[in-house]
Design a protein around this ligand. Structure first.
Ligand code: CUA
Length: 326
């Protein structure tokens, strides 16, 4: 009862007990059945155990003892486990089938997610007008199945949006697939679910399901031509762009300026909700703060410390990067 009461308080954007799609509902149903079944077993075992205190000693012949022992071994050790595991399988196998990305008449949207130490690369290979790339944010259409093709760039990570279902390993050299669907527009939390190094816990992903029209508008605003215009050629930000080309361009892409691949794509950085894969909220001055203190905020991340760059340069870089918001 206590467990039941405690679980009733489970909600929030990363709770599996608050499903927002069919795959997650299937998984949570199995979870409740297993909890119920496990609770019944716990009560039975406890009852038997308490019964042994109450039972009077009886004298039996060795043959009687053996007969009783055999009954318990066959009943409790073979019949009960076989029956209960068969029942769970009969329920679990069809549920597992429903989670597979089987062919559909209308092929679903494909979104590629690539795990890095410690951030997320998100790619939309089928976007109209050309592939769209972003990082640490995943916008998906609501009310329709979406196939996620996931892999790891360096070590094994795992893609997990608890309220939509999952999770699935992101293994270097291998493309794993999972089909998820969000019932309606909403924001979800996602988290790397496989230990991947010192900052594993700080590998969060912002997931937002939006209507079809909004989704297509979001993609269109991130076409290379649009992003190139966004990076600008005005006088005001020229020093920032120069500093970017000197210090950042070999690792980061900003459409129209650079094509670095080692770090997150920054072409639409200003439109994201957080920095450093969920380390801090995106607000005015946040990028500059991150550029100055990122090794303190997220120790061990792969971006070198910027101690050798002048504060004024970091500030102009931060101010310009924040303008990259389609
Ligand atoms: Cu990536 Cu844990």
């Amino acid at each position: 009862m206590l467990i039941g009461l405690l679980l009733a308080g489970c909600a929030g954007d990363q709770s599996i007990l608050n499903p927002a799609g069919q795959a997650a509902r299937d998984v949570v149903m199995i979870w409740w059945i297993m909890l119920g079944f496990g609770s019944v077993v716990l009560v039975l075992v406890t009852a038997f155990w308490l019964y042994t205190f109450k039972r009077k000693a009886v004298t039996r012949t060795p043959a009687e003892e053996r007969k009783i022992a055999r009954r318990w071994i066959v009943g409790g050790g073979i019949v009960l486990p076989v029956a209960s595991i068969t029942a769970l399988l009969a329920f679990g196998v069809p549920t597992g089938q429903r989670l597979l990305p089987l062919p559909l008449e209308e092929p679903p949207e494909v979104i590629e997610v690539i795990g890095h130490q410690w951030w997320w690369e998100v790619r939309y290979p089928d976007a109209e007008g050309g592939e769209v790339v972003t990082a640490n944010q995943l916008i998906m259409p609501a009310g329709e199945p979406v196939d996620f093709h996931v892999t790891g760039a360096d070590v094994i990570h795992a893609f997990w949006v608890p309220r939509l279902g999952g999770k699935i390993d992101m293994i270097p050299g291998r493309m794993n697939k999972i089909r998820l669907e969000a019932d309606e527009p909403a924001v979800f939390g996602a988290q790397c679910a496989e230990f991947c190094g010192a900052q594993h816990a700080q590998m969060q992903l912002y997931v937002e399901a939006v209507g079809r029209d909004e989704y297509e508008a979001w993609l269109a605003a991130r076409q290379t031509s649009e992003l190139t215009a966004l990076a600008g050629n005005d006088q005001q930000h020229e020093p920032a762009r120069e500093a970017f080309m000197t210090h950042c361009a070999s690792c980061h892409r900003v459409a129209g300026l650079s094509s670095g691949k080692a770090g997150p794509d920054l072409s639409d950085l200003g439109s994201r909700t957080s920095l450093g894969a969920g380390i801090m909220a995106m607000e005015e001055g946040a990028v500059t703060h991150w550029l100055k203190h990122h090794q303190r905020l997220k120790p061990g991340n792969k971006m070198p410390s910027h101690d050798n760059i002048e504060t004024a340069t970091l500030e102009s870089l931060g101010a310009w990067l924040e303008t990259l918001a389609p």
